[in-house]
Design a binder for this molecule. Structure first.
Ligand code: 1GP
Length: 249
């Protein structure tokens, strides 16, 4: 649990910034450039993954990314648990808002023997999908029904269940390309009830919104699309600074 302990430590002092890289969408050179630019401009970690595999470059690009940065590189397998040894850890997601057994346990069973084989650190993650105003890839691919965006009590019940089941992280996601990010009220309701680190993603388009979500209680803020559209070092720095300004003590 080396990386998990590191994440816990990071979350104790301030909010943190994760950049999501979809390795399928980049060639090797672009993937390395993306990862380095994120690190040089203040990102605290990289999530690597996506909802589908478009080609066979996932592992090659992941390996190159890992070789070129010092910040933690975590496999974020979307909903299918891609396993590779070229990462610091893997977020082993169970889509706890789904009622589809394949998303709740099937994918994890497929991934588990390989995780063991590689000696990879797996971080059990309670992954919650929240209605976002869009039909996102992850919703479609997981065939799941998201939690309605105003139903904070239902969201809290899911997060609590994740914690009681022994998961290590709560990942609240509006999905990539969400029209509305998860509301501040929902994040703070979950924060008040659950002590696990909270990762928050989906539709975070500006540093101001990112800081709001961190203030509401998210420990790790993830951006994806906004940098895919424009890998602007200045924007990365602004995201990092806004998020880092939210201190925990
Ligand atoms: C990762 O879904 C997020 O959890 C990424 O969302 O692409 O909308 O930033 P965006």
């Amino acid at each position: 649990m080396k990386i998990y302990n590191k994440l816990l430590k990071m979350a104790k002092s301030r909010a943190n910034y994760f950049c999501l890289i979809d390795p399928d969408k980049l060639d090797a050179e672009q993937a390395v450039c993306f990862a380095r630019t994120c690190e040089e401009n203040g990102a605290d970690g990289l999530l690597v993954g996506g909802s589908i595999m478009l080609n066979n470059s996932f592992e090659t690009n992941l390996k190159l990314i890992k070789e070129n940065v010092n910040i933690p590189v975590l496999i974020f397998p979307g909903i299918f648990n891609f396993v590779s040894p070229y990462a610091d850890a893997l977020l082993l997601l169970s889509v706890i808002t789904s009622r589809n057994p394949q998303m709740l346990i099937g994918e994890q069973v497929r991934a588990a023997p390989l995780i063991k084989h590689y000696g990879l650190e797996a971080i059990g993650t309670a992954y919650m999908l929240i209605e976002s105003g869009n039909n996102t890839s992850v919703l479609y691919m997981s065939g799941s029904f998201p939690i309605p965006r105003l139903k904070n009590d239902i969201a809290v019940a899911h997060a609590l269940a994740g914690q009681y089941l022994g998961m290590k992280i709560i990942y609240i996601d509006a999905g990539s390309g969400a029209r509305y990010p998860v509301s501040n009220e929902m994040i703070s309701a979950i924060r008040k009830n659950v002590s696990l680190p909270i990762v928050l993603g989906g539709g975070i388009k500006t540093p101001e919104i990112a800081a709001e979500k961190a203030k509401a209680g998210a420990d790790f803020i993830v951006t994806g699309n906004v940098l895919e559209d424009d890998l602007d070092p200045k924007l990365i720095k602004e995201f990092a600074n806004a998020i880092h300004s939210v201190k925990r003590k």
